[in-house]
Every structure is written in C-alpha cells, then in structure tokens.
Design a protein around this ligand. Sequence first.
Ligand code: ADP
Length: 492
Amino acid sequence: MKILMVTAEAVPYAKTGGLADSVASLARELQKGGDDVRLLLPLYRGMDELHRKNMYPLPHPLAIHLGREHWARVHELIEPSGLRVYFLEYQRYFDRARIYDDHDEGNGRRCAFADNPERFALLCRAALDLPGLTGWVPDIFHCHDWMAGLVPVFLETRDRNGPLRHSASVLTVHNLAHQGYADRSILAFAGLPSDLFRADRLEACGGVNFLKGGLYFANKLTTVSPTYAEEIRSAEFGCGLQDVLNFRGGDLLGIMNGIDGTSWDPASDPLIPHHYSRDRMEGKALCKKDFFHNHFPTSDIGSPLFVAISRLYAQKGLDVLADVLPKIFASMDVRVAILGAGDRNLEIKFCQLAAQYADRIHVTIGYDEGLAHRLEAAGDFFLMPSRFEPCGLNQLYSLRYGTLPIVRSTGGLRDSVLSYDERTGSGTGFVFHDLGNRALYDTIGWACHCYHNRPDHMDIMVRRAMEQDFGWTRSAARYRECYRWALESKGA
Ligand code: ADP
C-alpha cells in the first residue's frame, strides 16, 4: 500500500511530544513490513543541519492550490531504511524556531502563532497537490491531529472527482484537546466551499474547527488507545466533539501506540551509564547509584526514587504532585526527580520545592533527551497522574526500563499498566482513580510500602513490567487493517 503520513512533527526532525515519536515509528514499522510509506512535514528553521545536508530539493517547485496559488519548494530525504520524507519549505510560515508558538516577551508565556490555521491549511493542501508533482499517488492519506485535519475535507470536496478520487483518508487523534480553531475566513483562504460552515461540518462555536472537519470527512478514524477511543465519546473527555465522535463511532478505532524498542532498550541504550536486562539487573542499581552520586550525594541509596518526565501542563496532573510533595517529604523517605517544561507557574513551583528540599528533590526545567533516558534507568517508580492521557509513551518506556509506573486510570495508562495486587504480587505498577491530593499521596505511600516491605513482589513486578510487549508490530498490523477498511468504504 502507498501511504502518505501528513504531520507537523516526526522524530528525529521536529518534536514537541509523543505525536512525533508515534508517527515516525509507525511509518518505519509499516515500511519494514513492505508498505511504501512517505512522510510530509514542514521544514522548520530549528531543524538539525545534519538532516538538512541529507535533503535534496525536488527539481520543480510545488504549486499549492489554496484560495489562490502559493509556491513552495519540497525537499526530499531518503532514510537508510528507504523511507522517504518530504519537507515543505515555505519560509513565511515555517521558518520559525518553534513549531506552534512563541514566547510572549511581555509575560514569558507561550502564545500560539496567530496564523497557525493558515500555516497548517497550507500543509494540508500541499499533501493533496504533491502527487501532481511527484507522480506518486497515495492509496491512503494518514492524517495526524488537527494540523492535518483539512486533508480529508479537501479529499471529499474539492478533490472528490479528481485524480485522487480513489485515495482514502485515515485521521488519527493523538490528543483531542488540540483542535485548531480559525475564523470562518479560513474557508476562503483554503479555497473550500463556504457551505462547509455548518454545525454538521466544520463550524464550531462560530468559527471553523479543523479537527471537527477531519472527523466528519475522514474515511476512518483512529485514536491512540482503546480506552481513549471510548472516553472521547463522552462529555467528560470529548472536548466538545463527543457528538461528532458518536456519529462516527462505527468508524472509530483505538489502536495502542507502540514504542521504538531500539532507542528505548536498557540493554543497549547509549544514553544511560550502565546497561541491564531482565536477567542482569545490576546495571539498573548502578544507574540509580550514579544518579544519587550526582544529585543526592548525602542520601541513602536505599530510598526509593520517584521520577517524572513530562510537559508541565494541566493534562499531566503534576500540579497535584507539586501540591502534595511537602506532605510526602514530611512523612516518607523518598527522593524525587522531575524533568519538564511548560506552564510557567508550575515550573516556578517545582523550582521552589527544589530550593526548599534540596536533598529530596531534583528539578530540571527544560527538554533533555539524555536526562530522560538516565531518569528512566535510575528510577524505581515513574509518576504519571494524568487528568487524561490519549496513550502516553513515558509509562511504556518506564515498563521497559523496569521503573514501575504510578498512573491514574485513564486512557492509554489504563490500557498499559496493570495494578499491583498485594495478595498475589501480580501487576506492573500502581493504578489509582481519583485525581486529588489524597489519592496521589496514598498511592505513593502504597508504592513505598511495597518497596520496603515486599521486595519479592517488587522484584517480580519489575521483571514482569520489562517483559511487556509494546513494540509496533501488532499495532502496525491493525493500522494496515484500518487502511484496507478505509479503502473499502471509499469503494476503491
Ligand atoms: P505527550 O505527547 O502528551 O507529551 P507522551 O508520554 O505521549 O506525552 O510523550 C512524551 C514524549 O516526550 C516522550 O518521548 C517523553 O520522553 C518526551 N518528553 C516530554 N518532556 C520531556 C522533557 N522535558 N525532556 C525530554 N523528553 C521529554
């Protein structure tokens, strides 16, 4: 099958979160299985020189047929595996250091770029105009999140009877909270018919909603875990789109994200100081020892280490952790390490905690791939008290690294972590339900109790966690099935 992935992010070229990991590893897995997969994403300013050196511009510029014609250059990079990546160069929109937002000089907060709808409408239209330039016509346009939400809209309206009439679209929702709102004038900008401005098409709250359009028009819909696929059909998690998701419920699948088992393997990870595996666990203890030596030099290595690596936004529930930590430090002998960036107030709160409890908590504000790996290897427990979590990757990395996840029972966390049963020692982590100070405090206490009093249970849980298979093979097979259904429903 010929599949074009349309995305704003893909590892290793551009990343703000799990979307980038998920798109790239799915593409590589499908390619490995024999499909002809290509990626289209914008060429951002921040892209590594190393990648730029390996790209070649296509001989002719691309005409992008929005309301008026725009001209862009497309660069092609062929990865060693044979995967082709197209980079859309349109400097006015993408020659920016960050992908979606910038710092507001006034208050230091991030502000989404005001022209995000135009930027990603251009990306979407480019996906449909690209086959005219390359001669390569995808069977499937696989669209990721709102940034690619207009692709199915174009395909089923303007391109319905054109050369792409046999191509189908699949839209994957990686996070329903981001939907892409625009003024209704975006329809004229995109060259889309104005009669799409209806509540049962693209209109929402008096504007145009890219994701809603994609949800209406894509041939099949997926999201990144089975539980999240259920949750988003309810008012609590539907972010206002539950009605369209129920309307399209028969076409909606939940397919769990996998992880890239090559970059995230404690037996060979070049970013961690000592390697280990299920049968040779000494390396994990040494990773913890190194971390303590560097950051908690006076602490007893016997204290459990709780780690968190995350965007610091309300979704992740770490504000609750910040609230509850003083009480935890007052009653439990634990060490905590946090790596993250995001909400300025939360960043400040964690820094204040680090100043106040310097021998108990280590905080790094920022994005640091190497430290993320070292923390996964050093930790005993991984904290992920998310309010909602479409899939979550960090709990999957944690399982692989034998760092038992402490998670709230939502979305992909619920689908991937089995709660500890103290009678039998079964489970792969600690699962709680309410998101409140009390529930998190109690669950951390429960984990500490198990750590100190049931080392036998800890031991089997760690090994069981490391045995879990969250590779891409199974999930890629489900996507293939989904592509076939999409083509069938298109009548191709
Ligand atoms: P989300 O996509 O909602 O941010 P996920 O758990 O699905 O959450 O994916 C987050 C990805 O980003 C993981 O690969 C994680 O390791 C990485 N990550 C998040 N914050 C940081 C950070 N501050 N430093 C390094 N990696 C980070």
